[in-house]
Design a protein around this ligand. Structure first.
Ligand SMILES: Nc1ncnc2c1ncn2[C@@H]1O[C@H](COP(=O)(O)OP(=O)(O)O)[C@@H](O)[C@H]1O
Ligand SMILES: [Mg+2]
Length: 243
């Protein structure tokens, strides 16, 4: 589904990622861990093709096609989607309008309100996107859009941060739905989720975890084991055992 080879990414004049290798098979969900400022968000932005994240080396392949030089719209059309950590405000556009546009692209007209109610966004539909949203409301609004979009490959940046404990179950359930099989596809959808608390592992059967540090993925393995080790010994131990 996704194959990344020796990826190097610069933001402004600073090299943030320096040789990331990553492979995610169809139907697999991986989690990405790493200390603050390690470049986790940068990696997702580079995969999505967001402007400002300059790929200065390496290649990204999606379903066998080299997408390294494609723009964000082309990547979205191919089936890559992302829920952002920091969400922009879109003045004058309500969440309902945005949701309708997303559904129209898929040739659907209903499902808007039903999907909104699943992530407790009904009361947000007629507000401008992102405007005055609390941390939890932003996360739920992002997941709402991803659920409407139904990408083949979904990236989610820290879905649980800023979300109160009551809403974590809701977020976890929404993530599970995002990767479920449906009538159209027999295989599960794939994805990459950044998490720093590990809560979402309770809701989602993640296949593999990776630790990003010093611009590279320094460790990969069973996500629960990785989390237990990091909780016990911290990321600095990860750096020391770097191979
Ligand atoms: N627009 C930017 N301009 C300058 N530096 C940036 C920018 N965006 C990110 N960075 C820097 O890149 C590094 C990685 O950031 P980020 O990918 O957000 O890390 P993470 O998501 O792992 O916390 C940080 O040192 C951050 O300050
Ligand atoms: Mg981040």
């Amino acid at each position: 589904m996704l194959y990344i080879e020796q990826l190097r990414v610069a933001v402004g004049d600073t090299l943030i990622l320096d040789g990331v290798n990553l492979e995610i098979q169809e139907g697999e969900v991986h989690v990405l861990l790493g200390p603050n400022g390690a470049g986790k968000t940068t990696l997702l932005m580079a995969i999505m093709g967001m402007p400002g994240y300059r790929i200065v080396g390496g290649r990204i392949f999606f379903r066998g096609k080299d997408i390294t030089n494609l723009d964000v719209e082309e990547r979205a059309r191919m089936g890559i989607g992302m829920a952002f950590q920091k969400v922009p405000t879109i003045s004058g556009i309500t969440l309902r309008t945005l949701g309708r546009l997303v559904l129209e692209k898929r040739g659907l007209t209903d499902a808007l309100e039903e999907t909104a109610s699943r992530v407790n966004c009904l009361y947000l539909l007629d507000r401008e996107v992102g405007k005055g949203f609390s941390g939890g409301e932003m996360k739920r609004a992002e997941l709402f859009q991803l659920l409407l979009q139904r990408p083949l490959f979904s990236m989610v940046d820290e879905p649980e941060s800023g979300v109160d404990l009551d809403s974590i179950a809701l977020v976890g359930q929404a993530l599970r739905e995002l990767f479920e099989r449906d009538q159209v596809r027999t295989k599960k959808r794939s994805g990459l989720i950044i998490t720093h608390t590990g809560y979402i592992l309770e809701y989602l059967n993640a296949d593999r975890g990776h630790v990003l540090m010093n611009g590279r993925i320094v460790c990969s393995g069973n996500p629960r084991d990785l989390f237990a080790d990091i909780r016990e010994r911290g990321y600095q131990e990860c750096a020391r055992c770097e191979r």
